[in-house]
Design a protein around this ligand. Structure first.
Ligand code: IPD
Ligand code: CA
Ligand code: CA
Length: 572
């Protein structure tokens, strides 16, 4: 899902090994065609001088696995996703070959690559405090006289618990990514490395038949105490020290994952393991396996277009939710549009850029109308109506009630909608004619019949009219500050009715689909059909209820308005 965010990459930092000049030239050529600046940094130099917190980077390594590991060390703490290009030598981690480089980069900036989180280890011992993506080796130092004892004893603790004392030449403590290295050759298990948070402890040259590798959750603190002097190597020596007897090594899952990019040019993990390691469980069956895969892919291709569009909208919203969460609560530059309450922030534009680019890449012939950007006009009958940040006022004041609203219209009829609330990670969604959902759970409106039992939500209420007309007759009137969320709360039953004085089409298009699918009745203020003015920027009044109280609420509002008129006439 994070891969979609790559569409907003602004600059590239390339970590370059010696002898990668050709690959660097190729990268620079591609980047200049796309107007993306490249900062080449030689391996061994620091990326800090070219790094700025405000910029979205892609990290590219040009070299072998050594360069890639150096990239992981420098890019991961800065949350920069890494693409590894293998410019020559045999490499397991740097997987893109120079001939695939530009196609892989195209895939990355179109948001079609994937970004997987790889667990790292945090290691502390003596003067070493570092992270590693592969493994930590604690090994007995070979004696000068070859006939002397060649094994050591290492005590292992998992959190506070004593695991035991391992006798042998040492221990390999590996991440899932490192599981196919040293620990595999010592009969450790292979771990699927993507989004897998675990640590494995594999004994080396143990003399006891019963001793087996141990797998622990990444939240476990592993302490290892060496009986004798030992050497400690992290990621094949990227950090190392010599341990004295009784020194303690502490190893934990790091909070900083490596963000590893995979493209369609990468072999899938098990193919790669099979081919590179001569894994003998797939011979002759490889084709059969592939056929299953192809069948699944065809099934997926047959999936209905609307549910595919819902998936893309949900991915785009979740991806845009990430920078919104990061910026929420920070003081931001606010621009005023029409008046002091009509504002737009940097966050609105960031979310807009992600959502419109993801949708445009996926559906290039669709029209896209977003509150914050110029219309993209397409040939097809489908139009996307987007509010990248509904509730900007709340957002800018650190209030968590804001959302992202994305609707798909066929001609002018909204047929699919999603509303995502980043702070609560609630994804409301519906396809016309199917049940509404929130994070996979079915939604339905309330069935309250009497106004005095009902909770109402109002939008912008300039004269306090709705509040004064309904406050005493109901359990209350709340103003949340996001029209899209109001309609989702009607759908999920935490409100029985919603009133909007004047909303833009992008405020409500998705919410209307969701609320209707959950059983709501939506009309204009006089009870007539609600018209979504999908073209242009006109505003519209809207009343939505659980359906049961619709007529009651409309006639109550009419009575109140009539009463008000006669009171006004009497005072005139
Ligand atoms: C606003 C919010 C607000 C509603 C306004 C909208 P914005 O949208 O939905 O609740 O009352 O009419 O314009 O400006 O935050 O996207
Ligand atoms: Ca809005
Ligand atoms: Ca908005």
């Amino acid at each position: 899902m994070y891969g979609r965010r790559l569409v907003t990459i602004e600059e590239i930092i390339a970590l370059v090994s010696p002898d990668s000049d050709e690959e660097l030239a190729q990268l620079k050529g591609w980047a200049s065609n796309h107007e993306i600046p490249v900062h080449p940094i030689q391996v061994g130099e620091d990326i800090n001088p070219v790094f700025s917190k405000e910029t979205e980077y892609l990290g590219v390594t040009l070299g072998g696995d050594g360069t890639y590991l150096e990239g992981v060390r420098q890019f991961s703490p800065k949350e920069i996703p890494i693409l590894g290009v293998n410019s020559g030598t045999l490499a397991f981690l740097a997987s893109i070959s120079p001939t695939e480089l530009t196609d892989a980069l195209d895939e990355v900036i179109q948001g079609n690559a994937k970004v997987d989180k790889r667990q790292q280890l945090e290691v502390r011992a003596n003067d070493v405090h570092c992270t590693g993506i592969n493994d930590v080796m604690i090994e007995h130092i070979p004696p000068e006289n070859p006939v002397d004892r060649k094994i050591t004893r290492l005590q292992v603790f998992a959190d506070e618990e004593f695991v035991g004392e391992y006798e042998g030449s040492g221990l390999a403590i590996a991440t899932p990514t490192g599981s196919t290295g040293v620990s595999l050759s010592a009969f450790g298990p292979i771990h699927y490395p993507k989004n897998n948070g675990s640590i494995q402890v594999v004994p080396l040259h143990t003399h006891r038949m019963g001793v087996r590798p141990l797998i622990l959750d990444a939240s476990t603190t592993v302490n290892v105490v060496s009986h004798k002097a030992a050497s400690l190597l992290v990621d094949g020596g990227r950090a190392h020290t010599e341990l004295s007897p009784d020194d303690v090594v502490t190893i934990e899952g790091s909070d900083t994952p490596a963000l590893v990019i995979t493209t369609s040019f990468d072999d899938d993990f098990f193919t790669s393991v099979s081919e590179k390691l001569g894994w003998s469980v797939r011979e002759d069956r490889h084709d059969t396996g592939k056929q299953h895969l192809i069948k699944n892919k065809n099934d997926n291709a047959e999936r209905d277009f609307i549910s595919h569009s819902l998936e893309i909208a949900a991915e785009a919203a979740r991806t845009a939710g990430q920078p919104l969460r990061e910026l929420h609560g920070q003081t931001e530059l606010i621009e005023f549009k029409t008046d002091k309450s009509d504002i737009v922030t940097e966050a609105d534009y960031k979310a807009d850029n992600i959502i419109t680019t993801v949708i445009n890449n996926e559906f290039p012939d669709h029209t896209i109308r977003s509150e914050e950007s110029e219309e993209i006009t397409g040939e097809s009958k489908y139009t996307w109506l987007i509010d990248p940040l509904d509730g900007t006022g709340n957002f800018a004041h650190g209030n968590p009630n804001y959302s992202i609203s994305i609707a798909l219209l066929e001609d002018d009829r909204p047929i699919m909608g999603i509303v995502y609330a980043p702070e609560t990670d609630e994804l409301f969604s519906a396809v016309e004619g199917e049940p509404a959902q929130m994070n996979g759970n079915k939604l339905s409106t309330t069935n309250r019949q009497s106004l005095d039992e009902c909770m109402l939500l109002s939008g912008y209420d300039p004269d306090g009219e709705f509040l004064s007309h309904c406050y005493r007759e109901t359990r209350g009137v709340r103003r949340v500050g996001s029209a899209a969320l109001n309609l989702c709360y009607l759908a999920s039953g935490s409100a029985d009715a919603v009133w909007e004085y004047d909303t833009y089409p992008w405020d409500v298009a998705a919410g209307v689909v969701i609320a209707k699918a959950a059983g709501a009745t939506i009309t204009n203020a006089s009870g007539g059909a609600y018209q979504l003015l999908s073209k242009g920027t006109s505003r519209n009044e809207l009343i939505g209820t659980n359906g049961v109280i619709h007529e009651t609420l409309l006639s109550h509002l009419e009575d109140e308005q009539n009463l008000q008129k006669s009171e006004n006439n009497a005072t005139d």
